[in-house]
Design a protein around this ligand. Structure first.
Ligand code: FES
Ligand SMILES: [Fe+2]
Length: 380
């Protein structure tokens, strides 16, 4: 798992009124709340006094009060009141918790979990990742978010894998032609992309309204898959030879190493009315079930640390590019050392460092989560 990334925390509509919500991300605990003006804030959920969950407390005047001894924290995470010491209390400088940048996009609440300077952060997603979302006239969208008991990287590698549909998915992928095109992978600093032509599924694989509008004979389908580190995002574009298109934008948030939340929106430029949403959602749910069924069988549950412990081949082009991107981020020192966190979790809270730690790395109760030492340093 990596710090210094934007992650989707929750759908915007999950945060109602001034009720705070508790969330686990990257193996750490967070609280999300809205202030009176509607602005959303995200703090570490572990009170720096004696560890109670702030998310069980009350929000008022843009602050959240711990349910245990009533310490009040403002939206920047600084403690502004310690009731047991009275109004004249001198508040210790370490009386604060991490506060993280928050944004809204595509109907999701995003938080930046890390302390990197703005110019070093992965770029926040812009509209070009999903222009269809704003074009309500020509595109119809359905949203889906779900949780699975599987590692985020294993899940993401499954999503961007072009060779598995023919075997794993009943309604797409071609049983008669599982060969995939080997193409050039377009790489950039934070991700990569491929466009392949593939044999479409037979009409008999389709059901419901989809079968009605699918011809018996079709030409090749063009599939573009792109991924980027920001939000562990991928976009899959399907352009059928009959002119129908569909695209899906998905983001993955590790809850911890073994549990993952996925947030996705699918847009289609056919069957544009609401009545077809149910069928589309069902299709998505079935596909997810098929994927999860396989991903849960993968051993080891985490990607191997020794590359030769698996046999990646040419058809795994994009998955290889994904692993290379993650290795680059490990070399930046952004990978959480989960071995240490797991070993000490019964007696030590590690916080995901927030931007305020850059200015003052010392005055914190919970130490920043340890990160994996980049291999080059180890050898040197
Ligand atoms: S544990 Fe939060 S105020 Fe005491
Ligand atoms: Fe799949």
């Amino acid at each position: 798992m990596y710090i210094n990334n934007w992650y989707v925390a929750a759908p915007v509509e999950d945060l109602v009124g001034n009720e705070p919500i508790a969330l686990r991300m990257l193996g750490a605990d967070f609280v999300l709340f809205r202030d009176e003006s509607g602005e959303i804030h995200c703090l570490s959920d572990v009170c720096c006094h004696r560890g109670a969950a702030l998310s069980k407390g009350k929000v008022s005047n843009g602050c959240i009060a711990c349910p245990y001894h009533g310490w009040v924290f403002d939206s920047s995470g600084v403690c502004v009141k310690i009731p047991a010491l009275g109004p004249e209390a001198r508040i210790p400088p370490r009386a604060r918790v991490d506060s993280y940048p928050v944004r809204e996009k595509f109907g999701w609440i995003w938080v930046f979990l890390g302390d990197a300077k703005e110019e070093d952060r992965p770029p926040f997603l812009d509209d070009s990742w999903f222009p269809e979302y704003y074009d309500k006239e020509n595109w119809r969208t359905v949203r889906l978010n779900y949780e699975v008991d599987a590692n985020w990287q294993r899940s993401e590698e499954n999503s961007i894998d072009g060779a598995h549909p023919s075997f794993v998915h009943k309604s797409f992928g071609s049983k008669r032609d599982p060969q995939i095109q080997i193409v050039e992978v377009q790489k950039n600093e934070w991700g990569a992309s491929t466009t392949r032509e593939r044999t479409p599924p037979d009409r008999s694989q389709k059901t419901g309204a989809m079968r009605e509008i699918t011809a018996e004979k079709r030409g090749k389908t063009k599939a573009t898959t792109s991924f980027t580190f920001t939000g562990i995002t991928h976009r899959i574009d399907i352009k059928r030879s009959d002119g129908l298109s569909q695209c899906t934008l998905s983001h993955r948030t590790p809850i911890d190493q073994f549990h993952t939340r996925t947030f996705s929106i699918q847009a289609r430029d056919y069957l544009l009315t609401e009545e077809f949403d149910k069928e589309r959602q069902e299709g998505r749910r079935n596909a997810i079930k098929e994927d999860v069924g396989i991903v849960k069988t993968i051993r080891p549950p985490l990607p191997p640390r020794r590359p030769r412990s698996e046999l990646l081949i040419k058809s795994d082009q994009l998955e290889s590019a994904f692993r290379a991107t993650m290795q680059k981020l490990t070399r930046k020192g952004w990978e959480i050392d989960s071995d240490i966190v797991e070993r000490e979790r019964q007696w030590q809270v590690y916080a995901i460092p927030s931007p305020a730690r850059r200015e003052d790395p010392k005055n914190w109760v919970h130490p920043a989560v340890p990160t994996v030492t980049p291999p080059s340093e180890e050898q040197g």
